[in-house]
Design a protein around this ligand. Structure first.
Ligand code: DSN
Length: 479
């Protein structure tokens, strides 16, 4: 462990150097820390990276191009980048028990794109794809693209529907995956909100997908990856798991056996900054069969790797291999369950009636609100969440009927079950005291809401009090 004094000095010095060039940037960085310290961060996909992880990103690696892979670069002078990329990959392999790890993706979307192209290259005979793999995407001519499209055809992907908690990159139209693949979705049982594996098997038999995708960004339950793999095998599909949200729970061995995707999937993608608590970025894990294709991610679909972020990935993955990370991962789930119980006990309606992972999805129609109204009212009260569709959402993906909350960040701060109950009380107070507003012509609005500003202020102060016993980055003082 570094000394608290070293951490404070490092960040203070960094800000002093930045301030000398553009003080407004230094001010914004300081203000961001202050805001994060004061707000109850319940965004399920966010966390607080360690000082070591943050500091590993601000250095000379940022200046280096390193296209290619370890020991096989398109640029000279990559020996130090090789060191950190190899270290990050080694930590990832050991942590997750995977035979291959590719740590270059810049985000979860990028990691999924790398995986999709690797699967296509492995499964579909396409000379145009082979040509594309050795060239930059920007260098492809229109003819190349037509050939690619013709040769790849409308390959099929079966993934979880968006309103059931699936992710945009699993074949939905606003994302390139929706243009690459002919997509069909599996949803959840309307009565229980849970994945119905028999229905998934039925959809797979009818649709015969090339890729079966599991993984979610708003499903509050575990997924049985053994069953999903059996379904994929029964129709000859490649089984891909996007574990971006719950990678920390896999790393911390909270999800084991049938619930650990790594032994069951052909390929696993993740981000590194959510429950895994690393820097913003992505990663792909796979077996030897797909390793060569995965390693072609750059330049196939990725720009040059970000060596400073790979250095930070190596630091964060080393942290996740320590015994205390398992304790952290278990506390994330314990806290989510305490939060769910606190909300249920106060009358909130939760999708699936609870949680067994890091997130809780409140159906705010129970409070007579849309997700958008609820999100803003909570924000006014110092509680940062995000709106999210619920299954079969009548308000669609923009206004929504849900609020997604997650515990990875507050657990990093050290909050526990008692504070989760207090948090549930604050959320319930705001939502039960907010009413839907109307448009100027008197029609009901899905965005406007009415909340007494005095109540919002009071809750905001209570949220700050709650957090004051668990300061964020206690070792860091900027003044
Ligand atoms: N934006 C992430 C989330 O909030 O779940 C997923 O991409």
């Amino acid at each position: 462990m570094s000394s608290p004094n070293a951490e404070s000095t490092a960040f203070r010095s960094a800000l002093e150097v930045i301030r000398a060039v553009e003080p407004r940037v230094a001010d914004a960085i300081g203000a961001e820390l202050a805001d994060q310290r004061e707000s109850l961060k319940l965004i399920a996909s966010e966390n607080y990276a360690s000082p070591a992880t943050l500091l590993a990103m601000g250095n000379w690696f940022s200046d280096k191009y390193a296209e290619g892979t370890v020991g096989r670069r398109f640029y000279a002078g990559c020996q130090n980048v090789d060191t950190v990329e190899a270290l990050a990959a080694e930590h990832a392999r050991e942590l997750f028990g995977a035979s291959h790890a590719y740590v270059q993706p810049h985000s979860g979307i990028d990691a999924n794109l790398v995986a999709f192209w690797a699967i296509l290259a492995d499964r579909v005979e396409s000379p145009a794809l082979k040509r594309a793999q050795v060239r930059q995407v920007n260098d492809l001519t229109e003819e190349d693209w037509f050939a690619l499209r013709r040769e790849l055809g409308d390959q099929r992907m079966l993934g979880m529907s968006l309103d059931a908690g699936g992710h945009l990159t699993h074949g939905f139209r606003p994302n390139i995956s929706g243009k690459m693949f002919d997509q069909r979705s599996y949803g959840t049982d309307p009565a229980t909100g849970l994945i119905d594996y028999d229905r998934v098997a039925e959809a797979a038999r009818e649709f015969r997908p090339l890729i079966l995708v599991a993984g979610y960004s708003a499903y509050p339950r575990k997924v049985n990856f053994r069953i999903m793999r059996e379904i994929a095998d029964s129709v000859g599909a490649t089984f891909m798991v996007d574990m971006a949200h719950f990678a920390g729970l896999v790393a911390g061995k909270v999800f084991t056996g049938d619930f650990d995707p790594v032994p069951h999937a052909h390929i696993v993608t993740t981000t590194t900054h959510k429950s895994l608590r690393g820097p913003r970025g992505g990663m792909v894990l796979c077996g030897p069969e797909l390793a060569d294709q995965v390693d072609r991610g750059c330049p196939m679909v990725l720009g040059g790797p970000l060596p400073h972020v790979m250095a930070a990935k190596a630091v964060a993955l080393a942290e996740a291999r320590r015994p205390d990370f398992a304790d952290y991962a278990q506390r994330i789930v314990d806290n989510a369950q305490a939060l769910a119980e606190g909300l249920l006990g106060r009358g909130a309606k939760l999708v699936t009636g609870g949680t067994d992972n890091h997130l809780v999805l409140i159906d705010v129609s129970g409070y007579g609100l849309t997700g958008r109204q609820a999100e803003q009212a909570l924000l006014d009260s110092g509680i940062v969440t995000n709106r999210n569709a619920v299954p079969q959402d009548p308000n669609g993906a923009w206004y929504t009927s849900g609020i997604r909350i997650g515990t990875p960040a507050l657990t990093t701060r050290g909050l526990g079950a008692a504070e989760m109950d207090a948090t549930a009380e604050l959320i319930h107070t705001v939502l039960s005291q907010t009413t839907a507003g109307s448009n100027a012509d008197g029609t009901p609005s899905k965005a406007k809401y009415v909340l007494d500003p005095a109540l919002a202020d009071k809750v905001s102060r209570q949220a700050t009090d709650l957090l004051s016993t668990h300061p964020l980055y206690p070792s860091v003082t900027l003044t």
